[in-house]
Ligand binder design. Structure first.
Ligand code: SF4
Length: 243
């Protein structure tokens, strides 16, 4: 059976890649490029590829009822005025899971980068012909062990993987986004506004929904007020998106 590695470009999947390499396994790493990851993750992917390690990059094709095809998750959210949701993770399902499922040949093993410190997240595959494997757990490697595997291979540690508008992020991440990528932060803010200005939300049929429990404008309110004051971090850039 063929071995695939679900590669997200974060610490765990990079460590798993290196471990499978060390074990002399033959496998294909697959990464879904849906355009929503932090720019640092795409940079790291290029860095990783440049080390001579192949990764197959897949692109989603998600259809809307108007028969418009999207390969970009943020653009899809903007088109539909919706946000990723913590309760039912349609974003992962439509823009990642189904893309990988359409690509792989079954029967196969799918290797997932869940480490020994988070074994409660390991699940059997619901897909016939695909068996999930968790080598990091099998070998007792936790998050720190993952980092060691990467540094022992002489590689830089990857940034945390995930989307820049992911609702699983905390305030610190959104503040960092505002600092490092003000344009993306503004897009996230506009997405939030568009979703909460939908007729369903205006009529009270839908409750207000925010990526970080409170409006993103409030997440950075205190930080923004200090901008430009003596002693403030000069890296904190002004935002020109008009919000
Ligand atoms: S990282 Fe967050 S926003 Fe992106 S696909 Fe996963 S759950 Fe959705």
């Amino acid at each position: 059976m063929k071995d695939y590695l679900s590669f997200g470009g974060g610490v765990n999947s990079v460590a798993l890649y290196l471990m499978m390499e060390r074990l002399g396994m033959e496998f294909e790493a697959v990464f879904v490029n849906h355009g929503g990851d932090w720019p640092e993750t795409y940079d790291y992917l290029q860095y990783f590829l440049a080390t001579g390690r192949p990764v197959t990059v897949l692109e989603p094709e998600v259809n809307t009822v108007e028969k418009v095809i999207f390969n970009n998750l943020p653009a899809y959210c903007e088109h539909k005025a919706i946000l990723p949701n913590r309760t039912h993770r349609w974003c992962t399902d439509r823009f990642k899971v189904r893309v990988v499922e359409a690509y792989i040949e079954t029967p196969c093993f799918m290797h997932l980068g869940i480490d020994a410190g988070e074994s409660h997240r390991a699940r059997l595959s619901p897909v016939a012909g695909r068996e999930n494997r968790f080598l990091l757990i099998e070998h007792g490697i936790d998050r720190d062990g993952c980092k060691r595997l990467i540094s022992d291979a002489g590689l830089e540690l990857p940034p945390k993987s995930g989307c820049w508008f992911c609702p699983y992020q905390g305030k610190a991440e959104f503040r960092l986004l505002r600092k490092k990528h003000p344009t993306l932060f503004c897009r996230a803010q506009k997405l939030e506004e568009a979703r909460n200005n939908r007729p369903e939300a205006k009529s009270g049929q839908w409750k207000p929904y925010y990526l970080c429990d409170i409006p993103l404008a409030d997440v950075i309110a205190g930080v923004d007020k200090q901008q430009g004051l003596p002693g403030m971090d000069a890296d904190y850039p002004p935002c020109h998106c008009g919000l």
